[in-house]
Design a protein around this ligand. Structure first.
Ligand code: SER
Length: 326
């Protein structure tokens, strides 16, 4: 990365995203609760969730464009937390949304401008993916933005067709990846290689509704739903080896390390994993409780209870006895 790329705090990354889209007439809205209105999921799993009824045409939006920093919880990757550089239960998703207003070309142009001008990522450090048959998106990246064709990868349904669940609004997507090692060249680019690439921004061209039989019907409007991982952008701009060592999570890790009388930098890999799990899960637990979720044996209350138990277990593993706080 060039030395001109700025160091930005998590707060600055969040503010710059919201301000960027606000100047392009997006209404800045507060994060919705982690307890979703949508009955199909237990927790808010994506920035688009609060807008699902609008995408489905069941509700009218007060604004044609919106931007948010949405708190989210996903537990499907819980076993990877602390073991990879980037998995979380709690994360913030920065998003810009169009409700039947602008579509693919404008979303791509703004995503590029934000990434290269506001966050100042060098263009040669960005690789993009498109859905396998989305020739239109491929052409826009190549001809309008100027990304070399060998750095635009076509990917299948698993990676580049986004859906919130088995049914509901969905569509092909295009993702921006940060390349930590552009010097390795453009041959054999493997976006699954997370020692080299991290996906940081997903642009969903939301134009279908999927029914229970898997049938796709065009939505009344063509919409845009995007998601940028705040913690991932922080890892990139703070030049740290993983999301946990960003200013968004590391203070919690340091506090736990102090309580356990451990020096994080000198700790074993196993201890670091425990500290990272604590750093991640404490954020989930605090935000769930502040959204009025209580620990129980069912549903989201059980998710909270499981996360608390895991924090306690990892605290015990690194030698914290008795109470965590005096
Ligand atoms: N809904 C998409 C995602 O979660 C983009 O926000 O990745």
């Amino acid at each position: 990365m060039t030395t001109t790329t700025p160091f930005l705090t998590g707060q600055e990354i969040r503010d710059r995203f919201l301000q960027f889209y606000s100047q392009y007439k997006h209404q800045i809205l507060p994060s919705a609760s982690l307890v979703p209105e949508d009955p199909t999921v237990l927790l808010t799993i994506a920035g688009m969730l609060p807008f699902k009824p609008i995408f489905l045409g069941q509700k009218q939006s007060d604004f044609p464009r919106a931007t948010t920093s949405q708190k989210c919880i996903r537990t499907n990757d819980i076993e990877n937390v602390g073991r990879t550089a980037r998995h979380h239960t709690f994360f913030e998703m920065l998003g810009n949304f169009s409700f039947g207003d602008y579509f693919k070309e404008q979303a791509i142009k703004w995503a590029w401008e934000l990434s290269t001008k506001v966050y100042q990522l060098p263009p040669e450090n960005i690789v993009v993916s498109v859905f396998e048959n989305d020739d239109e998106a491929f052409k826009m990246w190549e001809e309008i933005i100027g990304v070399p064709p060998q750095r635009i990868k076509r990917m299948g349904e698993k990676d580049n067709f986004w859906k919130a669940g088995p049914t509901g609004p969905c569509g092909p997507c295009s993702e921006l990846y940060y390349d930590f090692h552009p010097e390795l060249g453009d041959d054999d680019i493997d976006l699954e290689d997370d020692s080299r690439f991290i996906e940081f921004y997903n642009l969903v061209f939301m134009e279908y509704n999927r029914d229970a039989d898997g049938k796709l019907t065009p939505l009344q409007n063509r919409n845009i739903d995007t998601g940028m991982g705040l913690e991932r952008m922080a890892q990139i701009l703070q030049k740290v080896p993983n999301n946990y060592e960003t200013d968004l999570i590391f203070p919690i890790i340091e506090t736990a390390a102090n309580i356990a009388n451990i020096n994080y930098q000198k700790a074993t890999e196993k201890t670091k994993v425990s500290l990272k799990v604590i750093g991640d899960h404490v954020r989930s637990v605090v935000h769930m409780i502040s959204d009025n979720i209580t620990a129980s044996n069912t549903d989201r209350g059980y998710v909270l209870r499981r996360l608390i138990r895991r924090v306690v277990r990892h605290g015990r593993l690194i030698g914290i006895e008795g109470k965590f706080i005096n």
